[in-house]
Design a protein. Structure first.
Length: 202
């Protein structure tokens, strides 16, 4: 008797083999995507850190302003009503496309803070990263432990207050959860490392 095609058992074996291969490949693919997102985010933060360091060289070792403030402490806005943020301070020091460098690839919101592009006022940018407001305009010499301070991190627009106005800061922290190993919200002489920091994860 001549056989044409596969038997039911052979078809079932092939289906099981395909499912087994997919069960291995799909988690591996997700891991590779996460690794790429992490690498892209680290690249973004490196570019931002380099720009901040160059800014400090020009401004006597002073950190950029988190945002430009009105006399009452509320953020200044441009003609489109968008806040004037730290990006305005460092944009001229960044070589890469600002939108790519300022949006975390894992940010599920696609960047929740909307600002005007400092290089082209007809465009807007969305930010995934926030500036730790208590360090706004601070000279590095005035920080007791500069290496223990987190300056830029993943952040939602408005931080804890849910608005563009970070005043008053709730617990001195705007935009991301931050504590140190000695259970303090600001680093002390005994602080060794950051223990909690909000990060995007899909």
């Amino acid at each position: 008797m001549n056989r044409y095609g596969l038997t039911q058992l052979e078809k079932l074996a092939i289906a099981v083999a395909v499912l087994a291969v997919l069960a291995i490949i799909i988690p591996l693919y997700r891991q590779l995507v996460d690794i790429k997102r992490t690498a892209d985010c680290l690249s973004n933060l490196k570019d931002i850190a380099t720009a901040i360091n160059l800014y400090q060289l020009d401004y006597t070792n002073t950190l950029p302003l988190a945002y430009y403030a009105n006399p009452d402490g509320s953020p200044q806005t441009d003609s489109a009503g968008r806040p004037l943020t730290w990006v305005l301070c460092i944009s001229s020091y960044m070589k890469r496309d600002l939108q790519r460098a300022l949006k975390c690839p894992a940010d599920p919101t696609g960047g929740s803070t909307v600002i005007t592009d400092p290089r082209d006022s007809s465009k807007m940018l969305t930010l995934s990263y926030g500036f730790y407001a208590p360090l706004s305009g601070v000279r590095m010499e005035d920080l007791p432990n500069p290496g223990l301070n987190v300056l830029i991190a993943d952040s939602l627009a408005g931080g804890q207050n849910g608005s563009l106005n970070p005043n008053p800061l709730v617990g001195g922290n705007d935009g991301f959860a931050l504590t140190f190993d000695d259970a303090r919200f600001t680093p002390t002489e005994n602080s060794k490392y950051v223990v909690r920091l909000a990060v995007w994860q899909r």
